[in-house]
Design a protein around this ligand. Sequence first.
Ligand code: AKG
Ligand code: FE2
Length: 368
Amino acid sequence: MASAAVCSTKQEELKKQQGSELKIGEVHDVQELQRACVDNVPERYVREGDDRPGGANVCEQAHIPVIDLGELRRGGGDELGRLRLACEDWGFFQVVNHGIEGELLDEMEKVAREFFALPLEEKQRYPMAPGGIQGYGHAFVFSDDQKLDWCNMLALGVSPPSIRQPALWPTTPAAFTDTLVRYSAKVRELCVVLLARVAETLGLPSGTFEGMFGGEAAVQAVRMNFYPPCPRPELVLGLSAHSDGSAVTVLQQDAGRVGLQVRRGDAWVPVHPVPHALVINLGDSLEVLTNGRYKSVEHRAVTNGEQDRLSVVTFYAPAYDVEMGPLPELVADGEPCRYRRFNHGEYSRHYVTSKLEGKKTLDFAKIN
Ligand SMILES: O=C(O)CCC(=O)C(=O)O
Ligand SMILES: [Fe+2]
């Protein structure tokens, strides 16, 4: 769900039915492949041409901006101006002084790592249905000729309660649920603050997004991505290039392990983790609401031969029944309206039933 695109329970049932008809072929558990000490990767993981990582189009010189949320709170310097630039120019930035204690981030990382370290049979007690989006497995696989990502995932709907599937929440490690609940509450607060500041950068009242997202009904989902070391990292992707369907995404990653890359023109810019900073990116929903003033930006994950990597990713989006479309304030005189109006649940459904393929899913909303 490179989005808040977790289905409601009803949608989830629908997908399960669809899933039983999907022919997705053999999808290996990549940790098991890695444990088996294979020195090559199955053909379905091997990418071609531009889709391969590395090479001349990786730009080591550029870095996504770092925004100091403490400074923003104090109204110091021109941090709001820097945030505007980060949204306009990058769609990606890291936040420091974000108000979430490092200890809680560490706890979240610990329980997620403990989960992925469990034996396969234990993790398979929380299976993601073929074509499904919640549970342990591989999301976004819909056909047997589709390339696969070198990644295991645990994806869970967090909020509102109607999207939670408690049977898919691991009971081992014992602290998992409590930690995720505490973590998610803090991350949600951060999303609200960020969206308030983003509204200000657009000259809108700070409550604009929160007001229209449906309060408690706003959708929050989490995906934990675990990338084991890969014997042929130059051939595979950890996660295919995509934009997130969310309004805003909060990504926590291991200190010192680089894997996330952000599209910038024809180049890919690696994100070097700042300890205890969180990576923020704007998703498709915000692109639509801002009539393209701020764009969701493509990103992907690459693997390496030596170290595993974990990311804990929260997607925050409007409630499913919210009517989407560019905000009238952002369709300036003479400027065309670039996106049609649609229901957010409809977009979510479209997103989670499409494979990850750059920004293709957003064609759904674009007016040519
Ligand atoms: O693992 C990463 O760094 C990327 C994860 C991501 O983009 C996602 O889960 O949507
Ligand atoms: Fe993503």
